[in-house]
Design a protein around this ligand. Sequence first.
Ligand code: SF4
Ligand code: SF4
Length: 385
Amino acid sequence: MNPDLINQCVHCGFCLQACPTYILWGNEMDSPRGRIYQMKAVSDGAALINPKFVQHMDTCLGCVSCMTACPSGVNYGKLIEETRAEIERTYQRPLSERLLRWGILNMFPRVGLLRILRAFLAAYQALGLPALNKLTPKLGPREDVSGVTPAKGVKRARVGLMLGCVQREFLSEINGASVRVLTAEGCEVVAPAEQGCCGALLMHAGKDKDALELTRRMFASFEAAGVDLILTNAGGCGSHVKDHASLFKGKILDISEFLVELGPRAERRALNMRVAYHDSCHLQHAQKVRTQPRQLLAGIPGLTVEEIPESTLCCGSAGIYNLVQPEAAEQLGQRKAEHIRAIAPDAVATGNVGCILQMRAALQSGGPKPTVMHTIQILDLSIRG
Ligand code: SF4
Ligand code: SF4
């Protein structure tokens, strides 16, 4: 834990009302200021990494909403990342927690293993059996977009596309829509089959060395394919790879940033619907991408973009948070679902696979259930007519 980063905090408390866990529980130790205070105590040697400390750090979503609120520019994202890495290096978690984390962190980054799980899940769902878990996606056909897909019409750009790990196997329709939109806009899309996982989930869980190994491997796959611009379509992954962009010889952009920069060429057909846009935390707070997805949606004739109240607050997804802290995640999910129901949209759009799964699960219980989609899927619907 870097004392210079810690000491940038002037304890003003402006971040408190931006913090989902402080809003839920009203406990200073579960606020950004309180967490930084505890980090300082450990860093100064005045306190130990003990179960209480670990609990307050574990309940942090890493949503970095506090960074948007902080007038002193404290890099809380870096602080919590370093703290989690220190916890994983020095603290022995209870066996049940270790097993759960080991299972999750060894499964998600392994694309081959996820493909086998997908086959089992597809067979299970084909039998019409009840859903295993609220977060489990209903599988559609697997869209494999790996390789090179040529541009339609005159080529305007050549771009790399990150496919993700969970998204590539369980919500591959997002990658399919991304490739269709990009090629319709005149881009040749390169998605190396061997790119693997970017390491974001591991970094979020404090496994920094393993995470960076995956990040480097993924960048190398794009460099080997001669790509100097990578596009991401998942807020959390995008934020992680942008944080480590110095390891890549090129540029990294969210797909919405890129499409707005490029400007539209493909014809948009009317979609007469009201779409509530949900900001993924890592897209809005870490990448500062707020206007571009709204601009893409607003460019569709007939479509109205609606704002969800408390748009800066996390939906509870946050990497593996909804698996390791299910109660807090459920409370935040329900809070978000109530705000969505209050504006009764036809659909919800967002730019992160985790938020899509979390909001679909939260909207299952009672009331209207608007479709939750990736922003690029709505643009794809419009372009395809
Ligand atoms: S990252 Fe999110 S949950 Fe963690 S302290 Fe900051 S605002 Fe609170
Ligand atoms: S707003 Fe920034 S400086 Fe103020 S208490 Fe929060 S983290 Fe510290």
